[in-house]
Structure formats: structure tokens, C-alpha cells
Design a protein around this ligand. Structure first.
Ligand SMILES: *Cc1c(COP(=O)(O)O)cnc(C)c1O
Length: 474
């Protein structure tokens, strides 16, 4: 399998060559040059364990890793021990257990990993892939990132203790919940460095960009990233669409729908790819919160990224985005993989503009993909959390509530609806208290983590202070 850029300006690459990078050098995103067609494999795959299914799917994409090595990596990544915080502990071995709320309406639990958000599903694999490839090449990497919560902690828990990786993670001082702070800052591993920036998330993000744009510094200190545009993260997420499908159906002639709480379009992009590979998906239902740039696109065909000033802080904060960084992958497919068209559309986007595919030649293909969308507000979120609690006795987090709310608007008789559960309620306890007047359940092992000693360095929003920390530790 070779990887090409959505902007068409790079030579085809191998999997391991794009694994450690971010954007392609021409500014595009990497995608496989074809999607493997797997409809004939579904019968064989239906009864596989999660790790074995992951191996089967990943071996179609990571073709430059020997099969026995890839199998070892999958076995080590997808264990019941790592994904142990399922609703029903007896189902932990499923890795992504399916909880039925009512016949034909299910939650797929993707947030049972170490940081209680679905980002662990891909990030844990990335940690093991990085370690493997770096080991083989006798190289090291220093991952630099900025986080407002879920991504940073998932990266740290995936990379902790790996001897050829260091993580420098910037977060806005005092802006995360005490639980999120405790999750990250209580890590005492020698290769994990938490840096709290006196400022907002955007200040932290700007510092990461400035350091990455300093080509000399970047090369000398081997600066890398694990952001949501990383192809391997999208690839890892394809697996649970297959697993969810098998859990919710009896035969491979049935179709299902997935509802996906969306921000950067990474999670649902994996669903699109699973469908392109031949998984019988009737509908992909995209849910946004008040930051509805993607809902707008699927309703109108117009993609209009917002400014930072237009972006609202909401109670499903991991979906608070102004533009969707993975969206370019989807548009590349939608325009028939014509890189010239993608280049032209993103020339407009990069100038702060928008584009419309509403009445052009691609509108029919967009229809044929079977997307639907909707948005949710804070009031919707509270009502949905309350309703799911009262009706089914299940507690869901704010992002999953957005998914359930929009999923209900798009149910089709006879087609099972699978809502992807992207985080556990304890991560967003304040809104749970507001909705239910009670504390969310918390895994016993995480009782009192707020009281553990914390390791974090506080700096001003100044590029040099962050560079100094990196230099000091390398
Ligand atoms: C990251 C995240 C999302 C959004 O996922 P994308 O892949 O960016 O669309 C939704 N919910 C939670 C809890 C998240 O952490």
C-alpha cells in the first residue's frame, strides 16, 4: 500500500515513512492510494477478537511491517486490561462493548481506555507503532503538542515509559477540569513533561506552531506531533466500525447506521473509509454542538470555517472547533480524488474563505454517501443526559449526548443505529451534576487522583521558555 497526498504534490510513500510525520510536505493530508475492498472477508471476520480484527484490517494498510510484528503490536495494544473500564466489567474483553439502550438503538463504548475518551483507541496503537518503528531505525522523537484536554492525556498515557519517545505537552494553565489536570499532571514518568502556559489554549497552540516552524530547532531536537491528522490514528479508528457492525447485526446482509459526535472529522472519517471498504453502512450521522460548521456543510453543501472569535466554549468542549482538520481527506474522495480541485478549494479556505459544493457535479455523490447531520445545544445536552438516565438507567457524557440527540432525529425503521460513545461522564462532571444533580460514577482506581502529587512546569506564553524546557531535557 502506498500513500499519496490530498494536494497531489508528493511521491507515493510507505506506511512507516508517513507514520511519524504530520502534514505532507505539500500541505495536504496522506491517504492510501486505494481503499482495500473487504466485503468478501466479512464472514471470516465476524467472529474475530478485537485484536485479531485489528490485525486483519491494519495489515491491509501497514504493508511494510512484517505480519508477525504487526500481530504482536495489535495483541499488545488491544487488551482487556488496557480497556478495562467498561460499563459491565464482564464485557471488557470485547474492547468496545455494545450497550443496547432499546432494540435497534445502541451505544458503542469507545471510552474504556486509560484516559476515558475514545482517543485512547488510536493513540495506544500509535504509541506501540512509534516505539516499534523508532527502535527499528535507532531513532528517537520529541513529541510536542498543545491540548485542552482529551488529546494530550491520551498521548501521554500512550507514550509513557517508552524509551525512544519524550512528550512535551502544553496546556492552558487553570483551564482544564481538576480531573483532567490530575490525569495528566500526576504522571511521574521520566519521559513525560507537562507544561502549563499562562494563557489560553490558542496561546499554547501558537507556541507549538512557532517551534515547529523553526526548521533548525525542529531538526536538531527531532520535534514530532501526534495530532488528529495523523493517518495511523484514522486507520486505527476504522477497526471499531467493523466491530460495532458485527455486534449489532446477525448477518452481513444487514445495514446499520452510525452516529458520531464530531469535531475535527477524524472519527467519522474512519467511518467513511470503513464504508468505502465495503462495510454495509446505510448512514453516517454527524453530530455537532453549537460549533456547527460541519452540520452546516452536510445540510447546505457550504464549508465555511469559523474564526477563533466565532468559536464558542461549550459543555462538549472536545468538539469546539473552528475548522475540521481531517475534512480535506473526505473532500478529496468526494471530488473524485482530483488533487487540483482540493488545492483550489483550500486556497480559498486558507485565505479565510469558504466553498460550496451544493449544486456542482459532486452533489449527487455526496447524496450517495448517505450522510446526515444535526446539532445540539447545552439545553439539548442536559435534556438528553437526563432522558437516557431516566429511561434506560445509563449515564452518558456530554459529547455522547450530542450523538444520541442527533441520532434520534435520523432513525430509519429496520436499520440499527449505533451511537459512538466518545467519553465517560466523569470527565465532564460539572455538566452531569447540572443535568442529574448527582456525581458521575468513577472507576475505583481513579478515586482521589486529584490528591496525587503533580509534575508540571508553568511558563509564560513565550516560545523561548518552552524551547528552554525542551533543550534542558534532551
Ligand atoms: C476528540 C473528541 C471528539 C471529536 O472527535 P473528532 O475525531 O475530532 O471528530 C468527540 N468527543 C470526544 C470526547 C473527543 O475527545
Amino acid at each position: 500500500m502506498k500513500y499519496i497526498s490530498t494536494r497531489g504534490g508528493t511521491e507515493p510513500q510507505e506506511f512507516c515513512d508517513i507514520l511519524l510525520g504530520g502534514l505532507a510536505p505539500d500541505g495536504g493530508l496522506y491517504l492510501p492510494d486505494v481503499y482495500p475492498q473487504v466485503a468478501d472477508h466479512l464472514d471470516d471476520w465476524r467472529s474475530l477478537s478485537y485484536a485479531e480484527l485489528a490485525f486483519q484490517i491494519l495489515s491491509l494498510y501497514a504493508t511494510d511491517i512484517p505480519a508477525e510484528d504487526l500481530r504482536t503490536i495489535c495483541d499488545k495494544t488491544y487488551t482487556a486490561q488496557t480497556y478495562r473500564w467498561s460499563r459491565d466489567p464482564a464485557k471488557a474483553a470485547d474492547i468496545v462493548p455494545l450497550t443496547s439502550l432499546e432494540p435497534g438503538f445502541h451505544l458503542l463504548e469507545l471510552s474504556n481506555g486509560p484516559t476515558l475518551a475514545f482517543k485512547d483507541m488510536a493513540m495506544q496503537l500509535l504509541g506501540n507503532l512509534f516505539e516499534y518503528v523508532l527502535e527499528r531505525r535507532k531513532e528517537t522523537i520529541n513529541i510536542l503538542g498543545a491540548t485542552s484536554g482529551d488529546t494530550g492525556s491520551a498521548a501521554e498515557y500512550a507514550m509513557r515509559g517508552k524509551h525512544n519517545v519524550r512528550v512535551f505537552m502544553l496546556s492552558p494553565e487553570g483551564k482544564m477540569s481538576s480531573f483532567q489536570r490530575a490525569q495528566m499532571y500526576s504522571l511521574q514518568d521520566a519521559n513525560i513533561f507537562n507544561i502549563a502556559v499562562r494563557g489560553m489554549f490558542d496561546d499554547a497552540q501558537d507556541i507549538v506552531k512557532a517551534v515547529s516552524n523553526d526548521a533548525d530547532f525542529k531538526a536538531k531536537y527531532k520535534i514530532g506531533a501526534v495530532n488528529s491528522i495523523n493517518w495511523a490514528r484514522v486507520m486505527a479508528q476504522v477497526v471499531y466500525y467493523f466491530k460495532g457492525y458485527f455486534e449489532a447485526t446477525r448477518s452481513n446482509r444487514e445495514e446499520v447506521a452510525f452516529a458520531v459526535p464530531s469535531g475535527n472529522f477524524g472519527n467519522i472519517c474512519a467511518g467513511h473509509i470503513a464504508r468505502m471498504m465495503g462495510l454495509p453502512v446505510a448512514r453516517l450521522v454527524l453530530a455537532t454542538n453549537e460549533n456547527d460548521v460541519l452540520d452546516e456543510f452536510f445540510r447546505t453543501g457550504i464549508y465555511r470555517p469559523r474564526t477563533t472569535a466565532e468559536t464558542r466554549v461549550t459543555s462538549s468542549p472536545s468538539m469546539d472547533i473552528s475548522k475540521a482538520s481531517n475534512f480535506e481527506r473526505f473532500i478529496f474522495d468526494l471530488v473524485g480524488r482530483d488533487a487540483a480541485i482540493v488545492r483550489q478549494l483550500w486556497r480559498q479556505v486558507d485565505r479565510g474563505g469558504s466553498f460550496s459544493l451544493a449544486d456542482g457535479p459532486f452533489a449527487a455523490r455526496l447524496m450517495s454517501y448517505g450522510f446526515a447531520s444535526g446539532r445540539s445545544s447545552h439545553a439539548d445536552r442536559l435534556a438528553t443526559i437526563r432522558d437516557v438516565w431516566e429511561r434506560y438507567g445509563q449515564m452518558i457524557d456530554t459529547h455522547t449526548a450530542d450523538g444520541v440527540k442527533v441520532a434520534r432525529e435520523h432513525r430509519v425503521a429496520g436499520v440499527p443505529m449505533i451511537v459512538l460513545e466518545t467519553a465517560q461522564p466523569v470527565k465532564f462532571a460539572e455538566t452531569i451534576r447540572e443535568a442529574l444533580g448527582r456525581e458521575p460514577a468513577r472507576p475505583v482506581e481513579l478515586e482521589g487522583i486529584e490528591d496525587l502529587p503533580q509534575k508540571v512546569e508553568v511558563v509564560d506564553a513565550a516560545v523561548n521558555q518552552v524551547k528552554d524546557i525542551i533543550v534542558r531535557h534532551c
